[in-house]
Write a protein that binds this ligand. Structure first.
Ligand SMILES: [Zn+2]
Length: 251
């Protein structure tokens, strides 16, 4: 794919970014269990796919390699950090890593960035990374702009209604549920095995967190709702809406 920074040679890359008008999209995800029916990487593959499609729809965007390791999975949004396979980093590590990657791209002459988040828990680490990068660049006399978004914020009520005709239980319990599974069935069906999908009611949690986390709060499957009604068609509805709305906002 031509939009991927890492697939370019340095001479072509330098030519593309030399006048500073490229926007660099950085997908940020997590390696986190998503139930027995799906691979560990939906939070990486989904924002990466969206990033590439958004970049293809414009002339002035390049996609950075995705940042695969995200901030620690939390019980009430990702099942918790104790699941085998869930491989996460501290907030400081993620913040510093994203901050450093942005500033490395700034050194090359890039001035505009779009962070596409695919893992809820990353949110505030990315806020801090973006904020610090902007202030750090300003100290060197360089003004940069960083836009931060989570792709699910671009899904309309109307699409939610279509994807969840029996009612929507809320974003918090969508971990490994219909939404992510449908998107994965569309973009990476080889990484989903619906015969292993577990049917459970949406998880319910008390209105507080506890540390150390209590695994008995989490459904055994690791998903926080049932993925059984996921289909590739629903995945396509969600993706097309996210991609067109993100592209329209940042073109
Ligand atoms: Zn996820």
């Amino acid at each position: 794919m031509k939009c991927k920074v890492e697939n370019l040679d340095w001479v072509s890359y330098e030519r593309l970014v030399s006048n500073g008008d490229r926007k660099i999209i950085i997908p940020v995800g997590a390696i986190e269990q998503h139930g027995p029916h799906m691979s560990l990487n939906p939070d990486v593959l989904i924002p990466d796919y969206i990033a590439c499609r958004v970049a293809e729809s414009a002339q002035n965007m390049l996609v950075s390699p995705p940042i695969a390791y995200g901030y620690k999975s939390q019980v009430k949004s990702g099942g918790g950090n104790f699941f085998p396979g869930t491989t996460c980093v501290s907030s400081q590590s993620l913040e510093n890593y994203v901050h450093d990657v942005i500033l490395a791209f700034v050194e090359h002459g890039n001035r505009e960035f779009l962070l596409i988040n695919g893992h809820f828990e990353n949110s505030m680490c990315l806020v801090e990374a973006a904020d610090r990068a902007v202030r750090q660049a300003r100290l060197a006399g360089i003004d940069i702009k960083v836009i931060l978004l989570s792709y699910w914020d671009f899904i309309s009520e109307e699409t939610i209604g279509k994807v969840f005709p029996d009612g929507f239980s809320g974003w918090a319990v969508e971990h490994g549920g219909v939404l992510e599974t449908s998107i994965m069935l569309k973009i990476h069906p080889e990484l989903v095995d619906m015969s292993r999908a577990v049917d459970i009611p949406p998880a319910e949690f008390p209105p507080y967190d506890v540390f150390p986390p209590d695994p008995s709060w989490v459904p055994e499957s690791g998903t926080l709702s049932s993925p059984l009604k996921a289909t590739a068609e629903k995945g396509e509805w969600i993706l097309e809406e996210c991609i067109s709305r993100i592209a329209a906002t940042f073109r």
